[in-house]
Design a protein around this ligand. Structure first.
Ligand code: HEC
Length: 298
Protein backbone atom coordinates (compact mmCIF):
# COMPACT_ATOMS: atom_id res chain seq x y z
CA UNK A 1 0.00 0.00 0.00
CA UNK A 2 2.66 2.48 1.06
CA UNK A 3 4.76 1.42 -1.89
CA UNK A 4 1.76 2.22 -4.09
CA UNK A 5 1.44 5.69 -2.61
CA UNK A 6 5.17 6.26 -2.94
CA UNK A 7 5.11 5.19 -6.57
CA UNK A 8 2.21 7.53 -7.19
CA UNK A 9 4.05 10.43 -5.59
CA UNK A 10 7.18 9.62 -7.51
CA UNK A 11 5.39 9.35 -10.79
CA UNK A 12 3.51 12.62 -10.30
CA UNK A 13 6.82 14.30 -9.42
CA UNK A 14 8.34 12.82 -12.53
CA UNK A 15 5.38 13.97 -14.56
CA UNK A 16 5.76 17.52 -13.30
CA UNK A 17 9.45 17.52 -14.25
CA UNK A 18 8.68 16.07 -17.64
CA UNK A 19 6.04 18.80 -17.89
CA UNK A 20 8.64 21.47 -17.26
CA UNK A 21 11.05 20.00 -19.78
CA UNK A 22 8.30 19.90 -22.37
CA UNK A 23 7.44 23.46 -21.52
CA UNK A 24 10.90 24.61 -22.50
CA UNK A 25 10.86 22.82 -25.83
CA UNK A 26 7.28 22.96 -27.04
CA UNK A 27 5.37 25.85 -28.47
CA UNK A 28 2.22 24.57 -26.82
CA UNK A 29 3.84 24.95 -23.39
CA UNK A 30 0.96 26.94 -21.96
CA UNK A 31 -1.21 23.89 -21.50
CA UNK A 32 1.59 21.90 -19.89
CA UNK A 33 2.30 24.74 -17.53
CA UNK A 34 -1.34 24.84 -16.50
CA UNK A 35 -1.35 21.14 -15.73
CA UNK A 36 1.82 21.54 -13.71
CA UNK A 37 0.43 24.50 -11.75
CA UNK A 38 -2.61 22.46 -10.83
CA UNK A 39 -0.62 19.99 -8.77
CA UNK A 40 -1.63 20.93 -5.22
CA UNK A 41 1.06 22.83 -3.34
CA UNK A 42 0.67 23.63 0.32
CA UNK A 43 2.72 26.81 0.14
CA UNK A 44 2.38 29.34 -2.64
CA UNK A 45 3.38 32.95 -3.29
CA UNK A 46 1.14 35.12 -5.43
CA UNK A 47 0.80 38.88 -5.76
CA UNK A 48 3.53 39.38 -3.16
CA UNK A 49 1.74 37.37 -0.48
CA UNK A 50 2.75 33.91 0.71
CA UNK A 51 0.03 31.51 1.78
CA UNK A 52 0.55 28.24 3.60
CA UNK A 53 -2.21 25.70 4.05
CA UNK A 54 -1.97 24.55 7.67
CA UNK A 55 -4.98 22.33 7.93
CA UNK A 56 -8.18 21.33 6.17
CA UNK A 57 -10.77 19.13 7.86
CA UNK A 58 -14.27 18.03 6.94
CA UNK A 59 -16.90 18.42 9.62
CA UNK A 60 -20.02 16.38 10.04
CA UNK A 61 -23.30 17.12 8.51
CA UNK A 62 -25.16 19.40 10.85
CA UNK A 63 -28.22 18.08 12.58
CA UNK A 64 -31.52 19.59 13.49
CA UNK A 65 -30.20 19.93 17.06
CA UNK A 66 -28.42 23.05 15.86
CA UNK A 67 -25.04 21.69 16.91
CA UNK A 68 -22.15 23.75 15.71
CA UNK A 69 -18.72 22.23 15.52
CA UNK A 70 -16.47 23.68 18.19
CA UNK A 71 -13.40 24.02 16.05
CA UNK A 72 -11.79 27.25 17.17
CA UNK A 73 -12.50 30.04 14.75
CA UNK A 74 -15.07 28.13 12.69
CA UNK A 75 -18.15 30.08 11.61
CA UNK A 76 -21.65 28.98 12.76
CA UNK A 77 -23.21 25.66 11.76
CA UNK A 78 -23.39 24.68 8.07
CA UNK A 79 -26.78 24.69 6.36
CA UNK A 80 -28.90 21.52 6.35
CA UNK A 81 -27.44 18.72 4.23
CA UNK A 82 -24.22 20.65 3.52
CA UNK A 83 -20.72 19.32 4.13
CA UNK A 84 -18.27 21.79 5.64
CA UNK A 85 -14.56 22.03 4.96
CA UNK A 86 -12.73 24.11 7.58
CA UNK A 87 -9.49 25.51 6.25
CA UNK A 88 -6.69 27.14 8.22
CA UNK A 89 -4.10 29.12 6.32
CA UNK A 90 -1.25 31.38 7.35
CA UNK A 91 -0.72 34.47 5.23
CA UNK A 92 2.80 35.89 5.28
CA UNK A 93 3.85 39.22 3.86
CA UNK A 94 7.58 39.15 3.00
CA UNK A 95 7.47 42.70 1.65
CA UNK A 96 8.15 46.08 3.21
CA UNK A 97 4.64 47.47 2.62
CA UNK A 98 1.23 46.23 3.87
CA UNK A 99 -0.72 43.84 1.64
CA UNK A 100 -4.42 43.01 1.59
CA UNK A 101 -5.78 39.49 1.66
CA UNK A 102 -9.43 38.89 0.84
CA UNK A 103 -10.86 35.54 2.05
CA UNK A 104 -12.86 35.40 -1.20
CA UNK A 105 -9.54 34.80 -2.98
CA UNK A 106 -9.86 31.24 -1.70
CA UNK A 107 -12.39 29.11 -3.57
CA UNK A 108 -13.48 25.54 -3.35
CA UNK A 109 -13.98 24.29 -6.89
CA UNK A 110 -15.71 21.29 -8.35
CA UNK A 111 -13.86 21.11 -11.65
CA UNK A 112 -16.05 18.42 -13.16
CA UNK A 113 -19.18 20.51 -12.70
CA UNK A 114 -17.57 23.92 -13.10
CA UNK A 115 -18.95 25.11 -9.74
CA UNK A 116 -17.07 27.30 -7.26
CA UNK A 117 -17.83 28.21 -3.65
CA UNK A 118 -16.45 31.12 -1.64
CA UNK A 119 -15.99 30.99 2.17
CA UNK A 120 -19.00 31.51 4.44
CA UNK A 121 -19.25 34.45 6.82
CA UNK A 122 -15.75 35.69 6.14
CA UNK A 123 -15.24 38.44 8.67
CA UNK A 124 -13.58 40.84 8.21
CA UNK A 125 -14.04 40.94 4.45
CA UNK A 126 -10.44 42.10 3.94
CA UNK A 127 -7.38 41.39 6.10
CA UNK A 128 -4.37 43.65 6.02
CA UNK A 129 -1.09 41.87 6.53
CA UNK A 130 1.64 44.21 7.76
CA UNK A 131 5.23 44.10 6.47
CA UNK A 132 7.04 40.93 7.59
CA UNK A 133 3.92 39.83 9.50
CA UNK A 134 2.11 36.49 9.62
CA UNK A 135 -1.63 36.21 9.91
CA UNK A 136 -3.55 33.00 10.68
CA UNK A 137 -6.94 32.85 8.95
CA UNK A 138 -9.66 30.21 9.41
CA UNK A 139 -12.34 29.87 6.75
CA UNK A 140 -15.27 27.51 6.17
CA UNK A 141 -16.70 26.27 2.90
CA UNK A 142 -20.14 24.68 2.76
CA UNK A 143 -20.80 22.43 -0.21
CA UNK A 144 -23.58 20.05 -1.18
CA UNK A 145 -22.86 16.40 -0.34
CA UNK A 146 -22.60 15.41 -4.02
CA UNK A 147 -19.81 12.86 -4.38
CA UNK A 148 -16.75 13.84 -6.36
CA UNK A 149 -13.46 15.63 -5.79
CA UNK A 150 -13.07 19.31 -4.99
CA UNK A 151 -10.00 21.54 -5.06
CA UNK A 152 -9.04 24.42 -2.83
CA UNK A 153 -7.81 27.17 -5.10
CA UNK A 154 -6.22 30.52 -4.42
CA UNK A 155 -7.04 33.19 -6.98
CA UNK A 156 -5.10 36.42 -6.61
CA UNK A 157 -5.23 38.91 -9.46
CA UNK A 158 -4.55 36.94 -12.60
CA UNK A 159 -2.78 34.11 -10.75
CA UNK A 160 -4.35 30.87 -9.59
CA UNK A 161 -2.88 27.98 -7.60
CA UNK A 162 -4.28 24.76 -6.16
CA UNK A 163 -3.57 24.23 -2.47
CA UNK A 164 -5.45 20.98 -1.90
CA UNK A 165 -7.37 18.28 -3.72
CA UNK A 166 -9.83 16.31 -1.61
CA UNK A 167 -12.85 14.10 -1.93
CA UNK A 168 -16.03 14.90 -0.03
CA UNK A 169 -16.65 12.57 2.90
CA UNK A 170 -19.25 9.92 2.12
CA UNK A 171 -22.67 10.32 3.69
CA UNK A 172 -22.66 8.42 7.00
CA UNK A 173 -23.85 4.88 6.63
CA UNK A 174 -22.65 4.57 3.04
CA UNK A 175 -21.25 1.10 2.57
CA UNK A 176 -17.52 0.86 3.19
CA UNK A 177 -17.14 -1.15 0.01
CA UNK A 178 -17.66 2.14 -1.83
CA UNK A 179 -14.91 3.73 0.17
CA UNK A 180 -11.17 3.69 -0.51
CA UNK A 181 -10.59 2.50 3.06
CA UNK A 182 -10.11 -1.21 3.78
CA UNK A 183 -12.39 -2.79 6.37
CA UNK A 184 -9.65 -4.02 8.66
CA UNK A 185 -7.00 -1.84 10.25
CA UNK A 186 -4.44 -4.63 9.62
CA UNK A 187 -4.80 -3.97 5.89
CA UNK A 188 -3.18 -0.54 6.30
CA UNK A 189 0.58 -0.19 5.86
CA UNK A 190 2.65 -0.60 9.05
CA UNK A 191 2.29 2.49 11.26
CA UNK A 192 5.14 4.60 12.66
CA UNK A 193 4.64 5.98 16.13
CA UNK A 194 6.85 9.05 15.70
CA UNK A 195 5.08 10.16 12.54
CA UNK A 196 1.73 9.63 14.30
CA UNK A 197 2.83 11.89 17.15
CA UNK A 198 3.82 14.63 14.71
CA UNK A 199 0.40 14.48 13.03
CA UNK A 200 -1.42 14.35 16.38
CA UNK A 201 0.27 17.47 17.73
CA UNK A 202 0.79 19.22 14.39
CA UNK A 203 -1.17 19.31 11.16
CA UNK A 204 -4.22 17.35 12.35
CA UNK A 205 -4.33 19.15 15.72
CA UNK A 206 -5.89 16.21 17.58
CA UNK A 207 -4.29 17.66 20.71
CA UNK A 208 -6.32 20.87 20.42
CA UNK A 209 -9.37 18.87 21.55
CA UNK A 210 -7.88 15.79 23.23
CA UNK A 211 -5.04 17.57 25.05
CA UNK A 212 -1.63 16.05 25.51
CA UNK A 213 -1.30 12.34 26.15
CA UNK A 214 1.04 12.49 29.12
CA UNK A 215 -1.49 13.46 31.78
CA UNK A 216 -5.24 13.46 32.35
CA UNK A 217 -5.35 17.05 33.63
CA UNK A 218 -5.12 20.00 31.30
CA UNK A 219 -7.49 21.84 29.00
CA UNK A 220 -9.43 19.60 26.63
CA UNK A 221 -12.97 19.04 25.39
CA UNK A 222 -12.57 15.43 24.24
CA UNK A 223 -11.64 12.13 25.94
CA UNK A 224 -8.13 11.68 27.33
CA UNK A 225 -6.30 9.33 24.97
CA UNK A 226 -3.21 8.60 27.06
CA UNK A 227 -4.46 5.15 28.08
CA UNK A 228 -6.20 4.43 24.82
CA UNK A 229 -4.59 1.02 24.24
CA UNK A 230 -6.49 -0.20 27.33
CA UNK A 231 -9.71 1.88 27.10
CA UNK A 232 -10.09 1.57 23.32
CA UNK A 233 -10.22 -2.22 23.53
CA UNK A 234 -13.26 -2.05 25.87
CA UNK A 235 -15.38 0.26 23.70
CA UNK A 236 -17.02 -2.07 21.19
CA UNK A 237 -17.28 -5.82 21.83
CA UNK A 238 -15.01 -7.77 19.50
CA UNK A 239 -13.04 -4.73 18.33
CA UNK A 240 -9.41 -4.19 19.22
CA UNK A 241 -8.28 -0.72 20.30
CA UNK A 242 -6.61 -0.29 16.90
CA UNK A 243 -9.72 -1.28 14.94
CA UNK A 244 -11.89 0.99 17.10
CA UNK A 245 -9.49 3.95 16.70
CA UNK A 246 -9.48 3.40 12.92
CA UNK A 247 -13.28 3.33 12.69
CA UNK A 248 -13.60 6.35 15.02
CA UNK A 249 -11.40 8.39 12.73
CA UNK A 250 -13.45 7.48 9.66
CA UNK A 251 -16.81 7.90 11.37
CA UNK A 252 -16.72 9.38 14.88
CA UNK A 253 -20.48 8.91 15.25
CA UNK A 254 -20.36 5.14 14.87
CA UNK A 255 -19.65 4.97 18.60
CA UNK A 256 -19.72 7.99 20.90
CA UNK A 257 -17.32 7.83 23.85
CA UNK A 258 -19.30 7.99 27.12
CA UNK A 259 -17.35 10.73 28.88
CA UNK A 260 -15.49 13.67 27.35
CA UNK A 261 -14.25 15.59 30.36
CA UNK A 262 -14.60 14.18 33.91
CA UNK A 263 -18.32 13.81 34.61
CA UNK A 264 -19.38 15.41 31.30
CA UNK A 265 -20.90 13.07 28.69
CA UNK A 266 -19.84 13.55 25.06
CA UNK A 267 -22.30 15.36 22.80
CA UNK A 268 -24.07 13.53 19.99
CA UNK A 269 -23.33 13.94 17.15
CA UNK A 270 -19.60 14.01 17.75
CA UNK A 271 -17.80 17.28 17.15
CA UNK A 272 -14.74 15.39 15.97
CA UNK A 273 -13.86 16.17 12.32
CA UNK A 274 -13.98 13.50 9.62
CA UNK A 275 -10.44 12.57 8.75
CA UNK A 276 -11.08 10.05 5.98
CA UNK A 277 -10.53 12.64 3.25
CA UNK A 278 -7.62 14.47 4.84
CA UNK A 279 -5.15 11.68 5.55
CA UNK A 280 -3.38 9.04 3.48
CA UNK A 281 -3.48 5.37 4.42
CA UNK A 282 0.06 5.72 5.77
CA UNK A 283 -0.93 8.68 7.95
CA UNK A 284 -3.97 6.80 9.23
CA UNK A 285 -1.74 3.85 10.16
CA UNK A 286 0.71 6.21 11.90
CA UNK A 287 -2.05 7.77 14.00
CA UNK A 288 -3.48 4.42 15.05
CA UNK A 289 -0.01 3.14 15.90
CA UNK A 290 0.67 6.24 17.97
CA UNK A 291 -2.56 5.89 19.95
CA UNK A 292 -2.36 2.17 20.50
CA UNK A 293 1.38 2.11 21.14
CA UNK A 294 0.89 4.23 24.24
CA UNK A 295 0.93 2.24 27.43
CA UNK A 296 -0.59 3.26 30.77
CA UNK A 297 -1.61 6.76 31.79
CA UNK A 298 1.90 8.11 32.41
C1 HEC B 1 -12.82 19.24 17.39
C2 HEC B 1 -12.36 18.39 18.44
C3 HEC B 1 -11.67 17.10 18.09
C4 HEC B 1 -10.56 16.90 17.29
C5 HEC B 1 -9.79 17.95 16.50
C6 HEC B 1 -10.27 15.49 17.35
N1 HEC B 1 -11.16 14.85 18.14
FE1 HEC B 1 -11.15 12.88 18.62
N2 HEC B 1 -12.89 13.13 19.64
C7 HEC B 1 -13.50 14.32 19.91
C8 HEC B 1 -14.66 14.11 20.76
C9 HEC B 1 -15.61 15.19 21.27
C10 HEC B 1 -14.74 12.70 20.98
C11 HEC B 1 -15.79 11.97 21.82
C12 HEC B 1 -17.03 11.74 21.02
C13 HEC B 1 -16.83 10.59 20.05
O1 HEC B 1 -16.68 9.45 20.50
O2 HEC B 1 -16.78 10.86 18.86
C14 HEC B 1 -13.59 12.12 20.28
C15 HEC B 1 -13.29 10.77 20.27
C16 HEC B 1 -12.12 10.21 19.80
C17 HEC B 1 -11.72 8.83 19.94
C18 HEC B 1 -12.51 7.77 20.69
C19 HEC B 1 -12.16 7.94 22.16
C20 HEC B 1 -12.81 7.00 23.13
O3 HEC B 1 -12.42 7.09 24.31
O4 HEC B 1 -13.70 6.23 22.76
C21 HEC B 1 -10.50 8.68 19.35
C22 HEC B 1 -9.66 7.43 19.25
C23 HEC B 1 -10.14 9.99 18.81
N3 HEC B 1 -11.13 10.89 19.10
C24 HEC B 1 -8.97 10.25 18.14
C25 HEC B 1 -8.67 11.47 17.54
C26 HEC B 1 -7.52 11.71 16.70
C27 HEC B 1 -6.44 10.68 16.40
C28 HEC B 1 -7.63 12.98 16.24
C29 HEC B 1 -6.73 13.70 15.26
C30 HEC B 1 -6.52 13.02 14.00
C31 HEC B 1 -8.81 13.57 16.85
N4 HEC B 1 -9.41 12.62 17.61
C32 HEC B 1 -9.22 14.90 16.66
C33 HEC B 1 -13.10 15.57 19.48
C34 HEC B 1 -12.04 15.79 18.63
Amino acid sequence: MSAGVATLLRSSWKRSRVGLALLLTLAGGGLVLRAWLQQPRREVEQGGLRLRLERAVWLHEPTDHGDAARLPGAAGAPGPGQRRLVVEVTAFNPRGTPLDFTPGELRLADATRGTEWTPVEADPAVFTVGPARMLPVTLSFDVPPTPGPVRLEWVRGSERATLLATGRPPTPGVSRTQSRWPLRVEELPPGREGAGSVLFHGRLACASCHGGLARVEGPRIAPFLGDFSRVGATRVAGKSAAQYAYESLLDPNAFIAPECVAGVPCARPSVMPLYGESVTQQEMADLVRYLVGLQGGG
